[in-house]
Design a protein around this ligand. Structure first.
Ligand SMILES: Cc1cc2nc3c(=O)[nH]c(=O)nc-3n(C[C@H](O)[C@H](O)[C@H](O)COP(=O)(O)OP(=O)(O)OC[C@H]3O[C@@H](n4cnc5c(N)ncnc54)[C@H](O)[C@@H]3O)c2cc1C
Length: 412
């Protein structure tokens, strides 16, 4: 039987469910196909589960070192099973929330794998569905390394690591993008011996060079071992031989070298949004693309905020120092240790850096507690052409981390 819809969406991740909710709010008859779980990678295997586990790890690390703050917490320990149970509860609660929102919006959900037959026809199982418009939001999958393919036991993907029954004693993380850095932090907070191998000259290669160097310094102080300009040559009986000749022995490997868009033969007239589009693979980018598609609200694609979670947070937007010609820009730099609140919270590691050119702010790079929130202030200024002088007229509360923004602005 063939039914007709205004909009057919394949994929129930941030791109797909956002498009579904916004389109139905506009009165469209929407059908959504999801073969696994509503919420996609972000909610079920990505952003949310990692941040939930990360929070447990951060708490564990903090409570173990609580004497500094005058607290006597003897025998701090963790129960990995309960941490995962908590993570699962968080994910389930949020998933139910999205499912309810979709139900209330009268979006029809088909829990099946779907295929696009042509720009107006979707097939799932025995049925075909006629849609005036089709959005394909089928996301991406972990990228395998040639010769080091996932065996899901020793060589793990970011999906596999969420299914560990207990933590390993040691781990090698290949790749130091956001996923690699976040898992290195999680593992090390729980006392797992953690080593990173990164092919690029510095950790977190997409970041401003000063951010990368600071993360390297922080990792050294936390006992996280790393090799840069290095790759894994081969694995010989669980001995990992690196390109620099060194050998590493670990219980597990996490390969975190990026994600590849899930494949579908591209069909003219179908809109591809989110990770599958192969642009910026972030949930907030996927959400903005969906809203652009349904509501026509454009967004500035060159000004996407990047955040790497953990302590301290890392966040940036706009141009990096290595993108700018020397002597053509101004740089304001303040250390987080200059802030009173940082000392109160025991979070003094990091900095705030603002870059300007021709009196316009062009970039912001923050390594600090609350970096994810702080970066947004400057992003709004960059996108709206608000000058550093105008921002200096804003009153910042004390004691806060946001004072650091003001202190940095005063240097421009
Ligand atoms: C470990 C990890 C941590 C991350 N952390 C962050 C973060 O902190 N912040 C951030 O912004 N981003 C983060 N991301 C990235 C983020 O998860 C993705 O950018 C986001 O999920 C992309 O959304 P999407 O809707 O395009 O695709 P997805 O979330 O991948 O959803 C696609 C959906 O389509 C479904 N599907 C695929 N094929 C079919 C088919 N044929 N029929 C029916 N359904 C189908 C899939 O089952 C899936 O549910 C992280 C990713 C990972 C892996």
């Amino acid at each position: 039987m063939t039914q007709t819809y205004d909009l057919g969406i394949i994929g129930g991740g941030p791109a797909g469910y956002t498009a579904a909710l916004h389109a139905s709010a506009k009165g469209l008859k929407v059908i959504l196909f999801e073969k696994e779980n509503i919420g996609g990678v972000c909610l079920n295997k990505g952003c949310i589960p990692t941040k939930s586990i990360m929070h447990s790890g951060e708490m564990f690390y903090k409570y173990k070192n609580a004497q500094t703050f005058g607290l006597n917490l003897n025998e701090v320990s963790y129960d990995w099973g309960k941490i995962i149970e908590h993570k699962n509860n968080v994910v389930e609660k949020l998933r139910k929330g999205i499912e309810l929102a979709l139900k209330n919006a009268k979006v029809e959900i088909i829990p099946k794998e779907a295929n696009i037959l042509d720009s107006k026809t979707i097939q799932a199982g025995e049925c075909t569905y006629q849609c005036k418009k089709i959005i394909c939001a089928i996301g991406s999958s972990p990228k395998a390394i040639e010769g080091l393919e996932f065996d899901h036991k020793f060589i793990l993907s970011s999906d596999d690591i969420l299914a560990l029954e207990h933590l390993p004693k040691s781990i090698l993380i290949i790749g130091s993008g956001a996923i690699g850095i976040e898992w290195a932090r999680i593992m090390s907070n729980f006392g797992v011996e953690t080593t990173i191998v990164e092919f690029a000259p510095h950790l977190l290669p997409a970041a401003d060079i000063e951010v990368s160097k600071r993360i390297e310094r922080i990792f050294k102080s936390r006992g996280i071992k790393f090799y840069t300009q290095t790759s894994v040559e081969k694995i010989d009986n669980e001995k990992i031989i690196l390109s620099n000749g060194e050998t590493v022995e670990v219980e597990k490997i996490l390969a975190a070298v990026g994600r590849v868009p899930n494949t579908f033969e591209k069909i003219d007239g179908v809109r591809y949004i989110g990770d599958v589009a192969g642009e910026i693979q972030l949930a907030h980018y996927a959400i903005k693309q969906a809203i652009e598609e349904t509501d026509g609200i454009k967004f500035e694609k060159t000004l996407i905020p990047f955040v790497v979670y953990g302590s301290p947070e890392i966040a940036w937007a706009g141009l990096r120092e290595q993108d700018l010609e020397p002597d053509t820009y101004k740089k304001a730099f303040i250390l987080t240790s200059a802030l009173g609140k940082a000392h109160c919270d025991g979070e003094t590691e990091g900095f705030i850096k603002i870059l300007s050119k021709d009196n316009k702010i062009v970039g912001v790079h923050i390594v600090s507690k609350e970096a994810s929130a702080l970066v947004q202030q400057i992003l709004i200024a960059i996108q709206n052409g608000i000058s550093a002088d105008k921002l200096k007229e804003v009153c910042y509360p004390h004691p806060t981390f946001s004072e650091g923004i003001f202190d940095a602005l005063l240097k421009l």
